[in-house]
Design a binder for this molecule. Sequence first.
Ligand code: TXE
Length: 493
Amino acid sequence: MPPLPRLQRRKQMTLQNYIGGALTAPAAGAYIDNIEPATGAVYSRIPDSGAVDVDAAVAAAAEAAPVWAAMHARERCDLLLRVAALIDEHADALALAESTDTGKPLWLARSLDIPRASQNFHFFGTAALHFASESHTSSENVINYTLRRPAGIAGCISPWNLPLYLFTWKIAPALATGNCVVAKPSEITPVTAHMLSQLCIDAGLPPGVLNIVHGRGATVGAAITAHPAIGAISFTGGTKTGADIARVAAPMFKKLSLELGGKNPTVVFADCDFDAMIDTVVRSSFSNQGEICLCGSRLFVERPLLDRFTDAFLERVRALVVGDPLDDATRQGAVVSRAHMEKVLSYVDLAIEEGGTVLCGGERVRLEGRCADGFFVAPTVITGLGPLCRTNQEEIFGPVVTIIPFDSEAELLAAVNSTPYGLAASVWTQDIARAQRMARDVACGIVWINCWMLRDLRTPFGGMKSSGVGREGGWEAMRFFTEPKNVCIRFPD
Ligand code: TXE
């Protein structure tokens, strides 16, 4: 094995909040240890901020808001493009930080997370130049037009699985539409958000336009949610947390965008293009250790194809290399934390209790050397469970999938739609009429036919039922972060 690249970071780096354009320590001076999942060792400290830090961030945002909202879209676009360019310039350092913080393979952070963070600023920065509103001519002398004003101060709360990718997916459209932002990254993976603070300073983003407050969900997240001056909340994370946020924000009549969990079906019909399907289904099952809300964790396979599918799938899954995230050969890195590893493994125990058979994986992987204490879970395939058991109903969010055979479309649809979730589905068939029926009848916000995770940033992104409320992406995001005001003008007869 070639020598691993040396980490370019200081020992025990201490992160800071980004408030009013400056990097600052939390008011109470308290910090949380940040653990590297691949080694289990503490490697940085993050601010354990509180409501007082959120208040300071909101005050800074309120001060910056009038100038930022009044700025020409061209100028806002230029600033966001400058941030994008700086992300590109520092892509290697950001990718290394993302891999270290999350446990994901470095090559994945390099090819997916960081390029996408830059694209988010690029996409929404330029969107500001094209964003237009409607007008309605009522009669010869009456015209209505929709004036879209920034929602005000936006709160953006993001999770740990795709840290900079999802953080910027929220921040960029909020800024592009003229809002100032108070944002909180996950306390489990805060480092790239901290690095983004410095890049925003270097890009010349005016002080207070973006504020980043680090800390726990129950303190910083809750303070953002409850702050009366924050009128719009964009959240991605667990369904239970989404419900907690809605409980607080709804009676305050805040705008809410909630992107929550999933229990996504992958549907494989016997008539599919097998070769095109099989490698993509391995990817859709185990990319990022299964820690992507879009990963398919319930594999419904039409019975005539079951044996061929299972054999080919297992052969490929067994070949996935679980290893040091810094090694290019690694296909499965560490899961994000010890607690998450324990949660994932507890679902394997549950599956066995429920009568399932583990066909491969199912256990913690112990590596040698620097990763001996890391949180690695073998990619796991389970069979023998019906669609309604807890294993097939609850979100595991790790490298664990189940295979469920089906015989008819009616039986399949009932099973696919039986969970409380409705985020994404991937369907494999060459029958175009069947593909259309599935797209229509599957209760999910996103349906991929003969592909997975082909993303076009203009499309509506989000889920139904317990997978969330609202849609992100393209004009949906630009509309979410603006308040439409109808102006009706009557001209003299
Ligand atoms: O997410 P949390 P967790 C799912 C996945 C995972 C489960 C729990 O199943 O196992 O959620 O993960 C902040 N008010 N997904 O516990 O807690 C928190 O600090 C305001 C799906 O890590 O929802 C973090 O910044 N904010 C998913 C963010 O919410 C609060 C991605 C998400 O953390 C808060 C991640 C509160 N009361 C997990 N409590 C997806 N859909 O992509 C916490 N937070």
